[in-house]
Design a protein around this ligand. Structure first.
Ligand code: NAD
Ligand code: DAU
Length: 342
């Protein structure tokens, strides 16, 4: 089986390719990645000499590149996206472009060959919007509330329309918050782990009471392989661990795992439109894909902290580059205000 993995050198893409290379020896992988700020080709350098792996630098919105790399592929796994909610508040256009238009370009090419097996669109639990109580199931109405989640909802609705209209074998997964190795340090867990290592403040938004359902990234990868092998075209599958934590609880767990002091915490001005809680019902994935998560939060966090400790060069090179400007823009005023109000 030949799999085209778009966005394959981002966080989840990297972990997915590693998972497939170890666990599916008869699959080969082509990665198509634009190498935005979030993509690092060197994440997969161990496979450079493998005849099961190839890398193409390119944009999923570029139909010429897509029509060059997709022929011969049986499966497309579309991870490529702009993914950070905070950045989507500042620059929605890049999100609409990649997360909606990019999906259209991929689908147009995919539909030219009706022997292809699966178009797997990686979506997010954020499309359900904030869920104050209970758990979202796949038939619930969508209520995306940020430019990021609205773009992801647009991408998956478009993908499903290609199933209905053209019979393209689309499968959609909606995952909860992932964490683990190779996550860009703009996201809560890697930002707070690396800030704690550096003795920097941990900027908690609002009251720190927002809740997320945390899933170790390899559990997501095993669900995606199960969706490719056992999923039904036209079907949507929630994927998550049910390990709900407030951001404050996550922060205290990070402080403990890194041996840091709680005086690093700063409560800062909240994210605009900040969704209070996400939680997904994963019973469909459990019964139809025969999938279950295996890594509990304490184990996953210890693995993650150890990875960032052992790979300081990976994240230090990110944090010392253009990230510094991003961090200043996002956090300087917030941190100064919070010091003033202490
Ligand atoms: P990431 O930001 O770490 O990586 C995104 C990758 O896509 C990068 O390698 C980037 O270079 C590439 N990319 C961006 N625009 C591109 C374009 N136009 N053409 C080609 N490549 C492009 O993201 P991630 O956290 O690994 O997320 C991967 C996917 O999973 C996304 O679709 C995201 O919406 C979804 N998702 C993420 C999470 C999570 O917690 N991280 C949870 C649910 C769903
Ligand atoms: O739920 C799935 C989604 O999870 C994915 O679709 C997104 O691509 C991914 O980025 C993630 O979105 P979140 O917004 O939930 O993740 P983030 O790590 O940015 O934030 C997690 C929580 O922590 C959220 O409530 C905001 C809060 N937070 C985040 C940052 C970066 C802080 O309190 N301080 C911070 O500095």
């Amino acid at each position: 089986m030949r799999v085209l993995v778009t966005g394959g050198v981002g966080f989840i893409g990297t972990n997915f390719v590693k998972y497939v290379m170890s666990n599916r020896p008869d699959w080969s992988v082509t990665v198509l990645d634009k190498l935005t700020y979030a993509g690092r080709q060197e994440n997969l350098s161990e496979f450079e000499n493998s005849d099961r792996y190839s890398f193409v630098k390119g944009d999923i919105c570029d139909a010429a590149v897509v029509s060059r790399v997709m022929p011969g592929c049986d499966v497309v796994v579309n991870f490529a996206a702009e993914t950070h909610v905070d950045r989507s508040i500042d620059d929605p256009a890049s999100f609409v472009r990649t997360d909606v238009e990019g999906v259209r370009v991929l689908l147009e090419e995919f539909k030219k060959d009706n022997t292809r097996k699966v178009f797997l669109q990686i979506s997010t639990d954020e499309v359900y919007g904030s869920v104050e109580t209970g758990r979202s199931s796949e038939s619930d109405a969508l209520d995306p509330r940020s430019p990021y989640s609205a773009s992801k909802a647009g991408g998956e609705l478009l993908a499903m329309s290609y199933f209905t209209t053209f019979g393209v074998p689309v499968i959609i997964t909606r995952a909860s918050n992932n964490y683990g190795p190779f996550q860009y340090p703009e996201k809560l867990i890697p930002l707070f782990i690396t800030n704690a290592f550096q003795g920097e403040k941990l900027p908690l938004y609002g009251d720190g009471g927002n809740m997320r359902d945390w899933m170790f990234v390899t559990d997501h990868c095993s669900a995606l392989v199960a969706a490719i092998e056992k999923g039904r075209p036209g079907r949507i599958y929630n994927v998550g661990d049910g390990q709900e934590k407030t951001n404050k609880e996550v922060t205290f767990a990070i402080l403990e795992a890194t041996g840091s002091d709680s005086d690093l915490i700063r409560f800062v001005e909240d994210r605009l439109g900040h969704d209070r809680r996400y939680a997904v019902d994963v019973s469909r994935a459990a019964s139809e894909l025969d999938w279950k998560p295996e890594i509990d939060f304490e184990t996953g966090l210890a693995l993650t902290v150890n990875w960032y400790r052992a790979n300081a060069q990976w994240w230090q090179s990110i944090k010392s580059g253009e990230f510094r400007e991003y961090y200043k823009k996002m956090y300087s005023a917030r941190l100064e205000n919070s010091e003033r109000n202490q």
